[in-house]
Design a protein around this ligand. Structure first.
Ligand code: AMP
Length: 284
């Protein structure tokens, strides 16, 4: 595995791999790797002849009062995981090369960026779309892998790729969860023991939504109310949003008569956790 710290070297490697007509699979991440990331790497390893993973804690997707500085960083452990998973190239660019002082170009995916998490984290998805398009330009992957965990991110990236004619295929893989259902996340490290236990409420509340649909409930207002009631029983929880939306447009759905996305963002102590579930109208 080659560890690459600058854009020029990454480009040279890409040129060489493309010259050998190898399919490039790419996994963009912010590091602090866990089983969720690993599921993407393993899939890329199966599908592609060359696997590139990037680790870049992207400053432009964090708000001024958010956790950019204390976001978990553990290069040694990440490197070991990548080596073991047989990654070919580990790309760790430096902030000052990605965003030089006179940097001024940004990608916006209007209409999708300001929904769900975008309401609470303004500018976040502009940062995401910008860094992902930059990484796509540098790595030029054939296939890029994303987790359903960040559902809104996936919808935005897919739209950006379509709208800007970026020649990459986007593959989305299921959410990898802990035994109690908590979606794996680098931010779970912020939870203390008690909060970690309480955090499983996110998944439980999504299960509740599924049960309600199965039993025939069609009113999203009622389902959202029940989810909120359940979460509010946890003292350390503070809800940012609980929404039921169309999984493509991310527009609110009132009457659940087709496939829907239940998405939520909840603070447990100092950790802002997100989770989601796609459910069809029969609750499956
Ligand atoms: P991050 O490092 O959090 O930016 O995530 C990098 C990629 O890993 C994104 O495509 C995420 O959606 C994906 N990912 C993060 N957590 C999980 C998980 N629990 N299951 C599946 N994919 C995940």
């Amino acid at each position: 595995m080659l560890v690459i710290r600058n854009i020029r070297t990454m480009r040279n490697c890409v040129r060489k791999v493309k010259g050998e007509k190898k399919i490039i699979g790419f996994i963009p991440t912010m590091g602090a790797l866990h089983q969720g990331h690993l599921s993407l790497i393993n899939r890329a390893r199966r599908d592609c002849e060359s696997v590139v993973i990037s680790i870049f804690v992207n400053p432009t997707q964090f708000g001024p009062r958010e956790d950019f500085k204390k976001y978990p960083r553990n290069f040694a452990a990440d490197k070991r995981i990548c080596q073991k998973a047989k990654v070919d190239f580990l790309f760790i660019p430096r902030v000052k090369e990605i965003y030089p002082p006179d940097y001024c170009s940004y990608v916006r995916v209007k209409g999708l960026e300001d929904k769900l998490c975008g309401t609470f984290r303004q500018g976040c998805f502009q940062g995401v779309a910008t860094i992902v398009s930059k990484l796509f330009n540098i790595v030029q992957p054939d296939i890029a892998y994303f987790g359903q965990k960040d559902f809104q991110q996936v919808v935005i990236i897919k739209r950006m790729v379509r709208d800007l004619n970026i020649p990459v295929k986007i593959k989305v893989l299921p959410i990898v969860r802990e035994k109690d259902g908590l979606a794996m996340s680098s931010r779970n490290k912020y939870l203390n023991k008690q909060q970690r236990k309480e955090a499983s409420i996110l998944f439980q509340s999504l299960q509740l939504a599924k049960e309600m649909l199965k039993k025939g409930e069609r009113s999203s207002v009622k389902v959202i109310a029940q989810i909120k009631k359940m979460i509010k029983k946890i003292p350390s929880a503070k809800i940012d949003y609980v929404s039921i939306v169309n999984p493509e447009s991310l527009e609110d759905v009132r009457l659940m008569s087709e496939k829907i996305l239940v998405a939520l963002a909840v603070w447990i102590g100092k950790a802002r956790l997100i989770d989601n579930m796609i459910i069809n109208e029969t609750g499956i």
